[in-house]
Design a protein around this ligand. Sequence first.
Ligand code: BLA
Length: 507
Amino acid sequence: DRYPEEVDLSSCEKEPIHIIGVTQANGVLVACEKDTGKISQVSENCKEYFGIPAESLLGSGLESILEEDHIKKIFQAIKEEGVFPIEETKLNGNRFIVIPHTTSENLILDIEPIKDRTSSFEFQKELSSILNTLNASEDSQSLCEDAAKITKSIFGYDRVMIYKFDEEWNGKVIAEELNQGMESWLGLQYPASDIPKQARQLFLKNRVRTISDVNYSPVKILPQLSPLTNSPLDLTNSKLRGVSPIHIEYLQNMGVGASLTAALISNGKLWGLLACHHYKPKFINYYQRQTCEFLIQIFSNELSLKSSNNFLVNIEKLDELRIKLISQIHQENSIKKGLSSQSTKLTDLIKCSGAAIVLNGKIKLVGETPGKKEIKKLTREFLAKKKDSLFFSNHLSNFFPESQNFKNTGSGILSLRLGQSERDFLIWFRPEIIQSVDWGGNPENKATYDQEKKRLTPRKSFEKWTEQLTGVSDTWKDFEISGARKLSESVSYVILENQKKEIDTLN
Ligand code: BLA
């Protein structure tokens, strides 16, 4: 048996999932040369679906599976860098939809059997209900709840979740819709390693990802190496891309039979995921995926808009306070007095228990703070050595262990250096907040090493596991950090002015 410390979760990030060499089983993948259309690679299930064995397709032209006219349109789109046609083809008595995309060398066709048809009337109705619902959501939280509701009603997955990432890429279920009688996962948190970095990055490129049958048999791509590049085919943008065995096992451990996962993006950054589970296999066709693309696009636009508006409203309030504080400094002709002795204080700018003004190494305290001796040590031994003038954390003892001694007043700090000096700071303090995190499964057992499979296997239990947090304060919000930075710039300017005055009087 291996010891737990040998479990190296960083190896998760190294699995090259975009060149996995297999596809899912609900369609056929055909890759060909971008210039000639000569078929160079094909998924092994072409026999089953088209009635044509891989050996016959490889090396032949696209006319063995598509009409002349269809092929012409595809190559015209490549030439003009236009939109690819989405058309049907008939093979072996069955109808298929052909979804093309290109990589640097290849034209890749995802070819999926047509089972049911969404009428264009239904399609229209869905799009307008998405638009109307999400445009009417009042704030970010209700936007998430509305998106979960409408996703459940359109697509009918058993469980629909809005999953939001934190600064460290842990994630939390913040909205959920489920079938009656199912156990809720609302509020549960999951560690970053459950969705490694390369998997998150793929979501910025290919935003809707479905796994139609978790218990599928992976279909080999033949040959494994592309004769064009001598390397495995890049499946980044293929909807048929096979799934990492680790993630399959993860879903099996959760009892999931099919999933739909889609990217939620705020101001260009992956903010979260729309994550849906079904307990049986479930296929979502091209038009349904398009509907989902539309839904997450509207969601992401609304989210970006709401968070920008929120930021602007908050920063405006802080601007007023900053102007007041600076005018007090001028009235008092003293930075310390201006920030601490009048009606508006440094501590009013940002929610905190107290603050410290450190000038020339001398300390003025406002509100509840650690003692002067502790703050002196904190600035000299820690903050003065930081390259950046800004430092903030809601868990200071992770960086400066001695702060354990004053966690009641300073579990979190937001600090800004004034000008270039190593002796001038503004520091806001936040107390410890007793809080707990409900993890979906014990985070100590994120994964174990499996001797037989010679790889990591994900945890087996996702039961709620509560962790008590100590030495942690509320987090510092973007607008608070930005407001503090602006104040420190204004105060630095006053310091410079004063220095200049002194020089002037000396002359
Ligand atoms: C992928 N893991 C994922 C995805 C999700 C999760 C949403 C993307 C799914 C997709 O691409 O279809 C995780 N799913 C969750 C979580 C919930 C959920 C947190 O429903 C909560 C409710 N996974 C592990 C470990 C490793 C790992 C230890 O637990 C690595 C050793 C890897 N997860 C992993 C990989 C992928 C993944 C490699 C990408 C799968 C792929 O695209 O092939």
